[in-house]
Design a protein around this ligand. Structure first.
Ligand SMILES: [Zn+2]
Length: 327
C-alpha cells in the first residue's frame, strides 16, 4: 500500500457557469448544511464565534465562503466578528473591486455595493503612443491574469521569508470579441494589458476561501490550530508557506468555481479554482500541516504550460516587490 491510498477525498463545492442551475456536490454523508431550494444558497450551521480570532462577543456577521461578488452563495452564519470582517472585507475589496472588476462585469456576477462598470478600458499602441479607449462591454475583449507560484512552502515549495514567490502568470480572455479583431478596429496592431497586484490580497482571499470551506465541512474545532488564520488576518506575512499552485493548466471544469478539501497523513488542504471553466490554475492552500514524509501525488503540479492568445497582445504584470518577486 502506498501513502496515496490513505489520502481521502473529502468534499467538493462548486458553482456552475452562469445560465446553468447551481449545483451542490458533496461526497460525504456529514449533514451540516441545508440547501435553500431554488436560490442556490447554502446556509451551513451557525458557528457562534469568530472563525478567525475566536471572539464570541459583539455582533457576529455571516461569512460567504466564496465572496458574494464572485457568485458565491455558501454562507457560514454568525462566523466573523466585526473587527475581523473589516480586515477580510478590505482583502476582498482589493481583489473584487480592482483586480477582478472587469471579469465580474463581463460575467454578470453579483455586486452588493456600487454597480459594475458598463464601459471598460483597453490600451492599444498607436504609433509611438499608448492610447486608452473606453469600450462598451459588448465590444471589450475582457482579459484576466492568474499568477503562478511554487508549491506551498510547507510542501517543499521554497517559500520566501515574507510574501510569496511568483514564478509566472497565465492570461485568459474571459469574453467579448477576439483581441486581434478589436485591436485592428482601433487602428492598432498591439494591445497592452496591464494588471497590478498589490500586497498578498489575492493569496489571502484564497486562504480565506479554503479555511471557510473547511470550517463549513469539518467544524471549527477541526481547524482551530490552523496557522492560516494569522495569514488571513494579515498578522503574518507568510502566504508563500501555505498557498501555492498545484496544476498550472488543469482541464476545464463545468463549474465556475471549485473548492475541494483533501485530508491524509495529518494534512488538510484545499484546492481552489476560481473561473475554473476557463482552465485557470488550481491553487493549493494548506490548512493543517501533517507528516512531512507523506508525499501524495496530489501535491505535484503539472508542467508549466502557457495559454496562448492571438499574437497582438503584450501583457505587463506589475507585482509590488515588498511581498512578491518574480522568480
Ligand atoms: Zn474575529
Amino acid at each position: 500500500m502506498t501513502a496515496n491510498d490513505n489520502l481521502t477525498y473529502a468534499y467538493m463545492l462548486g458553482v456552475q457557469v452562469p445560465g446553468v442551475p447551481p449545483q451542490f456536490l458533496r461526497a460525504s454523508s456529514k449533514n451540516r448544511h441545508r440547501a435553500w431550494a431554488g436560490m442556490g444558497v447554502i446556509k451551513y450551521d451557525r458557528v457562534g464565534e469568530c472563525i478567525y480570532c475566536g471572539g464570541k462577543w459583539g455582533k457576529l456577521t455571516d461569512e460567504h465562503i466564496v465572496p458574494y461578488g464572485l457568485g458565491g452563495n455558501w454562507i457560514l452564519p454568525e462566523s466573523s466578528c466585526e473587527r475581523c470582517a473589516k480586515i477580510t472585507s478590505q482583502t476582498e475589496f482589493e481583489v473584487l473591486r480592482k483586480q477582478l472588476i472587469q471579469v465580474r462585469a463581463r460575467l454578470d456576477l453579483p455586486s452588493r455595493k456600487s454597480s459594475l462598470p458598463i464601459e471598460m478600458p483597453l490600451t492599444v499602441q498607436l504609433g509611438d503612443e499608448a492610447k486608452t479607449f473606453f469600450l462598451p462591454k459588448a465590444q471589450h475583449p475582457t482579459l484576466a491574469v492568474f499568477l503562478l507560484y511554487p508549491l506551498p512552502g510547507v510542501l517543499g515549495g521554497n517559500s520566501p521569508e515574507r510574501g510569496i514567490n511568483v514564478i509566472g502568470h497565465q492570461l485568459y480572455r474571459v469574453g467579448g470579441p477576439p483581441v486581434k479583431e478589436t485591436v485592428e478596429s482601433l487602428g492598432s496592431k498591439k494591445l497592452t494589458f496591464t494588471q497590478k497586484f498589490v500586497g498578498n490580497e489575492f493569496e489571502r482571499m484564497l486562504a480565506k476561501i479554503a479555511f471557510g470551506f473547511a470550517v463549513a465541512q469539518l467544524g471549527l474545532d477541526a481547524v482551530r490550530l490552523s496557522r492560516l488564520r494569522a495569514t488571513i488576518l494579515g498578522k503574518e506575512d507568510d502566504a508563500g508557506r501555505w498557498v501555492g499552485t498545484g496544476a498550472y493548466h488543469p482541464p476545464a471544469s463545468t463549474m465556475l468555481h471549485e473548492v475541494k478539501l483533501f485530508e491524509g497523513g495529518g494534512w488538510l488542504f484545499a484546492k481552489v479554482r476560481l473561473l475554473a471553466s476557463m482552465r485557470t490554475p488550481e491553487y493549493i492552500v494548506v490548512i493543517l500541516e501533517g507528516d512531512p514524509a507523506y508525499r501524495p501525488e496530489l501535491f505535484h503540479g503539472g508542467p508549466l504550460e502557457k495559454v496562448e492568445l492571438p499574437g497582438t497582445l503584450t501583457s505587463k504584470i506589475e507585482v509590488e516587490d515588498r511581498v512578491k518577486r518574480k522568480g
